[in-house]
Design a protein around this ligand. Structure first.
Ligand code: GCO
Ligand code: MG
Length: 402
């Protein structure tokens, strides 16, 4: 069996998605998500100019060998663009494998460890009162786990706050826009926010919060300690992922569980964090972290240290990635939680999805492979539009981590 053709489909139904379609001479094709928010065309070009010519003629069933071909076989390994492309290849090949064997992906990963996948919603508001209101709305929709973000007083355009009426979507058309940041104000505000949420909604709701790489290690330690009374399910990216030693300092001061790694792309980003037990949840998604082949190994390694999986699932990860994540989450024993930001309705014109939200959980049907399809005619109706993530400046103008 051979790969006879592959193509990259770039489409913008409300936001940009890059989808890899690999076709075989057995009449079966597979889809992979290659979307890298704000750098979409870099991955598309890498796939088109380098990876696709190397894939043609190869046996699509050899997922392990092909993974290594595009990892060990690439001298310039790792990196977001390289690994997003490899992830898409790997996902498409596992999709093909499932279709060839006539079985859903989760069966190839060990079958079901659970029937449904616990997900968390995003609650957001421009201030504490609006955020509280938003938490209530998510609970009314049936969610039992909610990430809470709110505008920090006197910090215009903070992270995680929706610009208009709709859900939070940080990328905006054109070149990067600028947001502002002030850690001292944030550190004073965040514990009060969670005190208000607990007072309003009680102890049962699972609460999460994303620091989005904004704190220094000692600031992160202060925050994690101050949030302890509110028993967060997790505190995400308290320090920037590139400074892994920062987590040691945080751990010395707090037992608030930590999730990290939505910007990681290799098991080597995680080795010390996991083996030193500095984190509790892995965030690296299938579509950026090397696909099913790589994440299966990382999940097994994490499981040994009682670290759980908590995949990134923002709207910039396509329905192909979300569906693959649900299969993975159903199968691995050390699953923790899945992020779920429903895509706007227009996305379903392009992607035909096979998952369903019900009572705070997602389930998926038994369509072979990943089970998501793409309508290429519809995709062509939504051409690429350049959009970028913001950059952030401190109140004195210094550029900081967004
Ligand atoms: C999250 C994330 C997102 C990212 C976005 C970047 O936890 O969902 O932090 O909000 O910022 O996915 O592309
Ligand atoms: Mg995050």
């Amino acid at each position: 069996m051979k790969i006879k053709n592959a193509k990259v489909i770039v489409s913008c139904p409300g936001r940009n998605f890059v989808t890899l379609k690999i076709e075989t001479d057995a009449g079966v094709y597979g889809l992979g998500d290659a979307t890298l928010n704000g750098r979409e065309l870099a991955v598309a070009s890498y796939l088109e100019n380098y990876c696709i010519p190397m894939l043609l003629g190869k046996d699509p069933r050899n997922t392990e060998d092909l993974w290594n071909y595009f990892y060990r076989g690439v001298y310039w390994k790792r990196g977001a663009v390289n690994m997003a492309a490899l992830s898409a290849i790997d996902l498409a090949l596992w999709d093909i494998k499932g279709k060839l064997l006539g079985t859903p992906l989760y069966n190839l990963l060990g079958g079901k460890s659970r029937e449904r996948v616990l997900v968390y919603a995003h609650a957001t508001g421009k201030d504490s009162a609006e955020a509280l209101d938003s938490v209530g709305k998510k609970l009314d929709l049936g969610f039992s786990a909610v990430r809470v973000q709110a505008g920090v007083p006197n910090v215009p355009a903070s992270y995680g706050v929706a610009r208009g009426e709709g859900p939070y979507e940080p990328a905006a058309p054109g070149l990067p826009h600028e947001e502002s940041w002030d850690t001292p104000r944030y550190l004073r505000f965040a514990p009060k926010l969670f005190q208000n949420v607990r007072d309003a909604y009680g102890d049962d709701v699972l609460l999460l919060h994303d620091v989005h790489h904004r704190c220094t290690p000692i600031e992160a330690a202060r925050l994690a300690k101050d949030l302890e009374p509110y028993r967060l399910f997790w505190l995400e990216d308290p320090v920037t992922g590139e400074l892994q030693e920062g987590l040691r300092l945080l751990r010395r001061h707090s037992v608030t569980p930590v999730a990290i790694g939505e910007v990681f792309n290799s098991v080597y980003d995680y080795t010390s964090l996991i083996s030193e037990q500095l984190i509790d949840f892995v965030r690296m998604p299938l579509s950026h972290g090397g696909g099913v082949t790589h994440l299966l190994k990382l999940a097994a390694f994490a499981g040994i240290y009682h670290v759980q999986m908590g995949f990134h699932g923002a709207t910039d990860l396509s329905p192909v990635n979300l569906a693959a994540s649900i299969h993975f989450d159903l199968a691995v024993s050390n699953f923790g939680i899945q992020e779920y930001m429903p895509h706007p309705e227009v996305v379903n014109e392009v992607f035909k999805v096979n998952y369903r939200f019900e009572r705070g959980t997602l389930s998926i049907d038994d369509t072979p492979g990943i089970g998501v399809d793409i309508d290429e005619e519809q995709a062509a109706r939504y051409p690429y539009q350049m959009a970028c993530l913001p950059v952030a400046r401190k109140l004195d103008g210094t550029l900081t981590y967004w």
